[in-house]
Design a protein around this ligand. Structure first.
Ligand SMILES: Cc1ncc(COP(=O)(O)O)c(C=O)c1O
Length: 413
């Protein structure tokens, strides 16, 4: 394994051969690879001709010696879907949707958990524990089951029932907490210290980020394939629904790695953080010109993945938004559910509320002139609506009496 670990704040080195959490400075650790030597042996054409049908086709920049070490359920390799130019989507010339609901356990959390549990298993971990907004719980349960590990989960008591049931069904021990994910995180930390479990909290172990970064590699290949060119391509803009921010930070890391590998140039997409009005710590800090984000008070949104009032990677996200000339915007709960409907009705994409938020944000930024209709704009749908069935309403359902001879009179074509 070519991996080393450095503190994201001060660059201090840490041993990748032992279990690691945050750095001594209390900041996330980042995996580093010997990219110069990897560049000599690995190329985009090797990726294209790989027979691996998952994110592990990028294994030279992952924490393994070879792809056979991966705890994998086929995560990644998700479709990049061009939006059909109908209805409200006709306002965009080149809108693309990276649909992460195709992942195992139906969300992008599978990527992070596959990588983190692969590394934890290699280092002999027997029990993992994590706080979750819901989707990470389902993913951790599945990969822990695959690795033969025990999994302990702390979730807010109003976490979507589908996520809770999925974890219980998969054999995880699930604790419902009368608080937010930040409260769950504190309890999880204390429990890990007391019982010797390994803490898989977002960015508090180094390898979930490595799994999420594969979205950055993948989209460059997807876009090149779509444009029928061998040179890897990045979009002009990426809109990302941001909670803990692992995906955003991971994609940015992937772009830097690809540049060091000589695969892309220095051009970067403008990165857009999208949060819910009721929980927008990064948006607020961005607007106020701050370099870190204070705890967002009374966090509340039905998009459970966005209900993260404080994020350990706050300073990294703010730096990415600013250095990419991106921006940060909020969407209300009512709007994001409307976005879910529009994606389903015009695109056939049954998105998570977090994905609905992204589509609404894209329209708003276009109206404001921040986005331009001819730009290549990539939206991330990070999860599946089926996990949020409790939020959907069966308005307009019609019933028919099949025993009545006049039943067809009720149908108004
Ligand atoms: C569907 C969905 N989208 C987005 C997020 C936020 O992801 P991140 O923590 O990478 O910012 C989550 C996190 O739970 C999620 O479940």
């Amino acid at each position: 394994m070519h991996t080393s670990l450095v503190c994201s704040l001060n660059g201090d080195s840490y041993d990748p051969g032992t279990l690691q959490g945050l750095s001594k400075a209390g900041k996330p650790l980042l995996a580093r690879y010997d990219l110069d030597s990897i560049a000599g042996q690995w190329s985009p054409s090797a990726v294209r001709s790989s027979t691996i049908r998952s994110m592990w086709k990028f294994f030279p920049v992952m924490p393994v010696d070879g792809p056979d070490q991966a705890i994998s359920l086929g995560e990644g390799d998700t479709p990049l879907i061009p939006a059909t130019r109908r209805g409200p989507f006709a306002a965009f010339d080149d809108l693309l949707i990276k649909d992460e609901s195709f992942n195992p356990t139906q969300s992008f959390k599978a990527r992070g958990m596959s990588a983190a549990i692969t590394r934890a298993a290699a280092l002999g971990v027997q029990t993992v524990a994590l706080p979750s907004a819901g989707n990470a719980a389902g993913a951790a349960t599945a990969y822990a089951a695959r690795a033969g590990m025990k999994c302990v989960i702390f979730v807010p008591e109003d976490t979507p029932p589908a996520n809770i049931l999925e974890s219980v069904c998969g054999g995880a021990t699930v604790y419902l907490v009368n608080g937010l994910i930040s409260d769950c995180g504190k309890l999880c930390r204390q429990a890990c210290d007391r019982f010797g479990w390994f803490d898989l909290s977002t960015l508090k172990e180094p390898f979930r980020l490595e799994g999420k970064k594969t979205m950055g590699y993948e989209l460059a290949f997807d876009l090149a394939e779509m444009r029928k060119t061998s040179a890897l391509q990045l979009p002009d803009v990426i809109l990302y629904p941001t909670g803990g921010g692992t995906g955003l930070i991971g994609m940015w890391k992937a772009f830097d790695e690809m540049e060091q590998l000589g695969w892309i140039g220095s051009q970067r997409p403008r990165m857009v953080v999208v949060q819910a009005e009721g929980c927008a710590p990064i948006v607020l800090a961005y607007q106020q010109g701050q370099t870190s984000a204070p705890l967002f008070p009374n966090a509340a949104t039905i998009a459970s993945g966005l209900r993260v009032p404080a994020a350990v990677g706050d300073f990294l996200m703010l730096d990415i938004v600013r250095s990419s000339n991106g921006t940060a915007v909020t969407v209300s709960d009512e709007e994001l559910m409307f976005g879910v409907k529009e994606l389903a009705q015009w695109q056939g994409i049954h998105a998570a509320p977090e994905g609905g938020a992204i589509w609404i944000a894209a329209q708003r930024l276009l109206q404001q002139g921040w986005l331009h209709r001819n730009e290549t704009i990539m939206l991330f749908n990070t999860g599946a609506a089926v996990k949020y069935n409790h939020l959907l309403r069966a308005d307009g359902l019609k019933t028919l009496n099949h025993q009545s001879p006049t039943v067809l009179d009720d149908i108004k074509p």
